[in-house]
Design a protein around this ligand. Structure first.
Ligand SMILES: NC(=O)c1ccc[n+]([C@@H]2O[C@H](COP(=O)([O-])OP(=O)(O)OC[C@H]3O[C@@H](n4cnc5c(N)ncnc54)[C@H](O)[C@@H]3O)[C@@H](O)[C@H]2O)c1
Length: 452
């Protein structure tokens, strides 16, 4: 998502949230839940901000290994006027001490990707029944299986906090899909098309657009994410793209991903950026990046749909997730904000502006919860509010989370599978069935009403 806007959004959020009608956020207030956060970097702070604004949540503990991030997080807590949670820090396994607390109802994990699987597994083994993790679930296929097996063993919920599933346009289109406006769905496209050069490199102080350092000399994501571009070649961030379209075609709930293949271009963008900003003699100009600038992936689904995904983070470009949802009657193309439905669109072969369609089919969840204040206050245009709302409301009711461990595993598994496909010369590789056959019987209950 748009990281550059984060700091601005956070400040706006603090100012604006107080004018949201309190009755809304006080629904079910009697059922207060105690949450802990592992990782209060820039993303964890966004979650912290949103959680502190809820009357139904007590943040009782936070953990991080970076003093600066902890300082930023404690400033947010002080400003909120809420009690200071217990703080765990000092070493990379300090979170295990946090997990010894006996009164945690749920945990939110927002650490680097490589930490998600061990932190989820340890949380589940500590008896926590609601684990919300940032994208992605793990690194290897084995990681994904381990999380699925542990969640099943502990009868616990693992929800990947995929906020893109809650975009207002995405949910309106989901509503249209469910009302058969597009006919039978045939093909879907999406991607993570986000120029991350100014995130993958910085000066170790300012998070964005500030230098060409990474690793130990970098700050925030430059400290860890860039190493994945050095060592890995695949669709490293598939879930913002695939999550929303997977909910539209009932993946793991009557449908499933069967196989994929991936292609990667040569790698130029990150090297060129270092040379442009730091000069050709900068030591990082010698680094060889394995990640192709554009990785394209095709997925084949059990019910006959195909999905085309793109990962495009190293070249200059405006931000776009580029959703396309196409059926036997027509399609939505997010990139040109257009819809075309045969026999309904006024002009044959010409696009309609999506606006009237999206308003007509606005999802009940947005109709109920959104207002100007939530949109500006809750981050990423409101979706950060909705994803945490889903997690917290499910926890309060002790029901299944809106997105489950099978969604998280199948969507995240695209990364290791795409790496394998590229390594094998673009061979088509099979998806594991993380549901062990249950996909045939499970029902899609993602966002079926205005509750959460
Ligand atoms: N859904 C979205 O829109 C969105 C946006 C940004 C980031 N993210 C995801 O959020 C996660 C975190 O990203 P970020 O941007 O906050 O990165 P970040 O580097 O700013 O924050 C990560 C934090 O984790 C801490 N950490 C690392 N190892 C730790 C350990 N062993 N114990 C405790 N803390 C540890 C770091 O010190 C840092 O503060 C990633 O999975 C990222 O992909 C999602």
């Amino acid at each position: 998502m748009e990281r550059r806007k984060f700091v601005k959004d956070t400040a706006l959020a603090a100012a604006a949230f107080s004018i949201i009608p309190s009755v809304r956020l006080m629904a079910n207030e009697d059922k207060k839940v105690k949450l802990a956060l592992i990782g209060v970097g820039l993303r964890g702070q966004a979650h912290l901000n949103n959680l502190l604004r809820r009357n139904d949540v007590d943040v009782i503990a936070i953990c991080d290994i970076d003093e600066r991030m902890l300082g930023m997080a404690t400033d947010i807590i002080k400003k909120s006027g809420k009690p200071m949670p217990q703080i765990f820090k000092g070493d990379p396994h300090a979170y295990r001490k946090l997990l010894e607390l006996k009164n945690i109802d749920g945990i939110v994990i927002a650490t680097p990707w490589e930490w998600h699987t061990p932190m989820i597994i340890d949380s589940l083994q500590a008896g926590i029944k609601y684990v919300g993790t940032e994208v992605v679930l793990g690194i290897t296929l084995d990681d994904h299986w381990k999380v699925v097996h542990e969640a099943e063993k502990q009868k616990a919920n693992v929800m990947m906090l995929e906020n893109a599933c809650y975009f207002r346009d995405v949910l309106a289109v989901l509503n249209m899909v469910r009302q058969n406006v597009f006919g039978e769905i045939i093909h879907l496209q999406a991607g993570y098309q986000h120029d991350l050069r100014g995130v993958k490199f910085n000066n170790g102080i300012d998070p964005y657009d500030s230098g060409v350092e990474f690793g130990e000399k970098g700050f925030s994501e430059a400290r860890w994410r860039t190493n994945h571009s050095v060592h890995r070649n695949g669709d490293l961030y598939p879930t913002h793209g695939v999550g929303p379209v997977a909910t539209m075609i009932d993946i793991n709930k009557g449908n499933r991903f069967l196989s994929l293949n991936s292609f990667a271009t040569k790698s130029r963008g990150l090297h060129d950026y270092i040379v442009k900003k730091g000069g050709e003699n900068h030591p990082n100009a010698k680094v060889k990046f394995k990640l192709g600038d554009i990785v394209t992936t095709q997925i084949n689904c059990a019910n006959g749909e195909t999905i085309f995904l793109q990962h495009d983070t190293n070249l200059p470009r405006p931000y776009s997730l580029g959703y396309r949802v196409q059926g036997t009657k027509g399609l939505w193309m997010q990139v040109n904000h257009s819809i075309y439905i045969e026999d309904i669109s006024p002009k044959h072969h010409e696009w309609d502006d999506e606006k009237a369609w999206l308003e007509k089919y606005d999802h009940p969840l947005w109709k109920r919860w959104a207002n100007k204040d939530t949109e500006s206050a809750a981050g990423h245009g409101g979706i950060d509010f909705f994803v945490l709302h889903g997690f917290v409301e499910a926890l309060k009711r002790r029901l299944s989370t809106p997105l489950d461990v099978y969604d998280a595993a199948a969507w995240s598994a695209i990364t290791p599978l795409s790496e394998t496909s590229i390594e094998l010369g673009n061979e088509t590789v099979d998806f594991p069935d993380f549901t062990s056959g249950q996909w045939m019987y499970r029902k899609n209950n993602f966002c079926i009403n205005d509750e959460y």
